[in-house]
Design a protein around this ligand. Structure first.
Ligand code: ADP
Ligand code: MG
Length: 518
């Protein structure tokens, strides 16, 4: 497929006026053409999924509808009438509501206070009893279990999201936009959200849900639209008429190969590469972030770590790499104990790590791509007291060739690269290391495009095949189920269980993620 392919358009049997329709919408941010000549519509009583890779322009398009941004060109019609949506308040007056990707509630306030603040511009005056009663009524109409007097900081993510939805409904929304609402939810919570969305659809609301998970779009959407590079590449398709391969093709612009189905069995060595024995690790706030965790990984085995973010994943990762000291228990890598917080120990025995936030943890300001490669592997390019730069350049070329992650030119300063390009440098350096004994990868594909994500997953399997023990932390259950030999589930810093893909379904994993109470 190329950019010049004709747009698929099975849209709107023109029986009714859509709730909202846009034509020729274009939005630039400086040089970036975030939306280009976009035409799109959403009907009342439908769920419309907006698909696309990171940076495709999905959030921008929705923010144009919600009055956060203003289009450079094009028009917006609400119920057939041209409108100018100059601010979110105007959008709300027109019946348009939006639940943002990063939820926007004040943690120290109660549910009722948060909703009152949000509705203040609609002449909503805070009288506690009345507001709480209204919230309770709205919640029970939706089948939500929400306590209006609860402090938001005591609510789980899924509950906060329900508060956001209530807030939007109480503002009188006729259309609800949800920007990647499922990315932080366990499968059970996704089901609850989808039940709520179905309820809204049944009430005749127009709903847009942004996602990049195809199975979610299939589960909930009546129609799907795909954006790529700011342009619509497929509009208003009935998702039952198109397969995943074709949809991904639209999102990426070319075919993405499937992962190899045949894999060697993991090593059965009695000596694991990584042995985590009853460790306890403190978190940044002085609390116990990891408690009595046991986990062994054999050579050639890939163990995934699942959990709602903030349940000890980061601290586990940092403890194994020697970035955080142990409060108790032991860690050994190939028999070598990691006793103190000193990352040189793990590196010396062949450990490599992809940190959760590479910009903060792996980038040295002022150093270029080549210098970063050398930093990771000084030993092999040392020449007397200096560095053999020719050799380093050769090695970088080899890594680049092997990983095929298309890193930036070697003279580019890493700190000046975009997040995705920094990640490629880190991935090339770590996953290209054929001698690695232990690969620790925390959210390695976060922020990457689909094709690079797939290549990264292949590389994790390649390191597994070359005999490394691989620990993969991910918030994408599909990815974990596809890649892992075993999945360890963390909840509140404890190991809630270790399961094998194929022997459990995603709900069982979700149940463990939620502490076994769902
Ligand atoms: P998506 O939601 O599909 O991931 P976005 O709509 O957030 O994509 O972004 C589309 C493009 O516009 C990206 O290249 C992004 O970097 C750019 N962009 C988005 N918001 C802004 C902004 N406020 N300022 C500058 N560039 C932006
Ligand atoms: Mg977005």
């Amino acid at each position: 497929m190329t950019d010049t392919d004709t747009v698929i358009d099975l849209a709107t049997p023109e029986t009714a006026t859509p709730f909202i329709e846009v034509r020729g919408l274009t939005k630039r941010f400086g040089e970036v053409l975030a939306n280009s000549d976009v035409a799109f519509d959403v009907r009342s009583g439908e769920v419309h999924a907006l698909l696309g890779e990171n940076g495709a322009g999905k959030s921008t398009l929705m923010k144009l509808l919600y009055g956060v941004y203003h289009a450079d060109e094009g028009e917006i019609l609400v119920q057939g009438e041209p409108v100018t949506i100059s601010s979110p308040a105007v959008a709300r007056d027109l019946g348009i509501g939006m639940v943002f990707q990063d939820l926007r509630l004040v943690p120290a306030f109660t549910v009722a206070e948060n909703i009152s603040i949000a509705l203040a511009d609609q002449g909503f005056v805070y009288r506690r009893g009345a507001v709480e009663a209204q919230i309770s009524a709205a919640a029970s109409e939706m089948g939500f279990d929400v306590d209006p007097g609860a402090l938001v900081r005591h609510l789980a993510i899924g509950e906060r999201q329900r508060v956001e939805i209530l807030k939007v409904l109480m503002a009188g929304a006729r259309m609800v936009i949800l920007d990647e609402p499922t990315s932080v939810l366990a499968p059970q919570e996704v089901d609850a959200l989808f039940a709520a969305i179905s309820e809204l659809r049944a009430k005749g609301l127009a709903i847009v849900i942004i996602t990049h998970k195809l199975h979610e779009a299939r589960a909930i959407a009546d129609r799907v639209t795909v954006l790529r590079g700011g342009r619509i590449v497929a509009r208003g398709i009935d998702p039952t008429t198109i397969d995943d391969r074709e949809l991904i093709g639209h999102m990426v612009g070319r075919e993405v190969p499937a992962l190899p189905a045949e894999r060697p069995a993991p090593g059965q060595s009695p000596d694991p590469v990584l042995r985590v024995a009853g460790i306890t690790v403190g978190g940044d706030g002085g609390h116990t972030a990891v408690r009595d965790v046991h986990l062994d990984i054999a050579p050639g085995e890939l163990v995934g770590v699942a959990g709602v973010s903030g349940n000890g994943q980061r601290e586990l990762f940092e403890a194994v790499l020697g970035l955080r000291s142990l409060g108790g228990g032991t860690i050994t890598i190939d028999g070598t104990p990691v006793r103190k917080a000193d990352p040189r120990i793990a590196i010396a025995v062949g450990g490599v790590g992809i940190p959760e936030d590479p910009l903060a943890h792996s980038v040295v300001p002022g150093l270029n791509v080549l210098e970063h490669m050398v930093l990771a592997d000084l030993g092999s390019v040392r020449k007397g007291v200096g560095i053999d730069w020719d050799r380093a350049r050769d090695q970088l070329a080899q890594l680049d060739e092997r990983t095929q992650l298309r890193i930036a030119a070697s003279h580019r300063e890493v700190a000046s690269l975009s997040g995705g390009n920094v990640q490629r440098v880190i991935l090339t350096r770590t996953l290209g290391d054929v001698d690695a004994r232990l690969v620790l990868a925390a959210y390695p594909s976060r922020g990457l495009d689909i094709a690079t994500t797939r290549r990264t997953q292949e590389l994790l399997l390649e390191r597994r095949a070359s005999g490394a023990a691989v620990l993969l932390i991910s918030e994408d259950l599909d990815e974990l189920l596809e890649l892992s030999d075993r999945i360890a589930v963390l909840h509140a810093g404890e190991l809630a269980g270790i399961v094998r893909p194929g022997e459990v379904d995603r709900y069982e994993i979700g149940r463990l993620m939620l502490g076994g109470n769902e």
